[in-house]
Design a protein around this ligand. Sequence first.
Ligand SMILES: *[C@@H]1O[C@H](CO)[C@@H](O)[C@H](O)[C@H]1NC(C)=O
Ligand SMILES: *[C@@H]1O[C@H](CO)[C@@H](O)[C@H](O)[C@H]1NC(C)=O
Ligand SMILES: *[C@@H]1O[C@H](CO)[C@@H](O)[C@H](O)[C@H]1NC(C)=O
Ligand SMILES: *[C@@H]1O[C@H](CO)[C@@H](O)[C@H](O)[C@H]1NC(C)=O
Length: 430
Amino acid sequence: MKNPAKILTQFPKRALDLDWRILTLILISVTFLTYVSLSSSSSSASSAAAFVSFPSFPPLKSIFSGHAAEAPSNRPESRPANPLNGSRIAVCLVGGARRFELTGPSILERVLRVYENSDLFLHSPLDTNSYKFLLLNDAPKIAAVKIFKPIPIPETESQVRVLTAQNSPNGIQGLLQYFNLVEGCLTMIKAYQEKNNFTYDWIIRTRVDGYWSEPLGPENFVPGRYLVPPGSSYGGLNDRFGVGDYNTSVVALSRLSLIPQLDSAGLTQLNSETAFKAQLTTQGVVFAAKRLPFCIVTDRKYDFPPARFGVPVAAISSMGPLSGAKCRPCRPACSETCVGPIMSGLNKGWSWTEWRNDTLDLCDARGAWESGWEELFDDVAGENLAAARKRIRALDMGRCVDGFEEMKKKTAQWDGPTSAEICRLGLKTV
Ligand SMILES: *[C@@H]1O[C@H](CO)[C@@H](O)[C@H](O)[C@H]1NC(C)=O
Ligand SMILES: *[C@@H]1O[C@H](CO)[C@@H](O)[C@H](O)[C@H]1NC(C)=O
Ligand SMILES: *[C@@H]1O[C@H](CO)[C@@H](O)[C@H](O)[C@H]1NC(C)=O
Ligand SMILES: *[C@@H]1O[C@H](CO)[C@@H](O)[C@H](O)[C@H]1NC(C)=O
């Protein structure tokens, strides 16, 4: 992916060396591009208005390809040929909706729509951002949604023996909540299978806060092997994404119920990643690491530059693949020759991620997201994804409730609060 921000900042310097005729040409095309982006943002406003009167959102395809036709800056997304055509695929989406207006459209376009026959399973705690799940109305198929009010999970003796509270923002309870989110999704999948008398061939586990810069390719589906991204392994295995056949996935997703086995194996002081690795090795599941084009969008602040056990925060505009590293929209504080010295200082088995060949640009994430992050994001994501971000920003109570009612109708198994409650939580100040 090109980095438009970088190109723009380099533009004035380069322009000085150019012949005035070329400069004129550039000015004309900038004017043209401004015109196109203005006209396409007004048409995104009209497609936002359109979903008030229609019973459902216009399908994502129409929004995306429609805009691609109007905005020459957006190439149509190329999809890998899909040899998994006849396969039954479950996509397990877990986590809180925090920045789903940024990540959701990329998940729809680059995971769900790549596998048109896939069934979506969403497992998420209810919060003030849950209304953003409205964007999932554009998913090809929604099998089950569970949006729940989080309650403390009792800690068993074996869990206390096996797990460590270190580096987990909310201690062991935080780990258990996360494990429950993941395993709960498997429970939903099993229930759906039982009801419909079939078994999935593959399960894709991915996070609500993942931003996908490229499609998830079919080469990542390897029978008998659980696939995870490299890096961000914190002493174990990167647990921010995984895909595997049904049997390996059952092991990988059984994050709570396998803890007694880890206890029997005498393991202690495990964090999420080391527990995950132990889960696979104790059950004899072979795993492999492959670089994947997504990052985890985070609002958290981190020291900069990151120390040996610090967390690097990638610019979302990095070329990638970022394999699940933390990211945010930023003007990179460090790119090209600045990256190597910093990344070489990181412990390779901890929060390290691949950086060579200029695939990684770093943000200075000590503060909040910088002003103008919206434009930085839109430049990277393109007009199509930016339209969804703006749609969420412009949402009101009436359209939100109508949208959720529509989504409920097309969801086979819905378990959650009322549409009004979800929408009110998020939009009460609007
Ligand atoms: C995949 O499915 C599409 C439509 O369902 C079909 O046209 C295509 O031939 C299939 N491809 C393979 C490799 O089976
Ligand atoms: C479930 O599917 C199997 C094989 O496809 C079939 O033999 C069986 O009768 C089905 N059971 C029900 C309850 O439909
Ligand atoms: C998956 O597990 C089931 C039950 O444990 C077993 O019968 C089946 O052969 C396994 N499938 C594969 C592909 O390993
Ligand atoms: C960097 O690029 C070269 C040439 O394309 C390639 O052979 C090498 O594998 C790349 N290294 C990494 C770490 O991506």
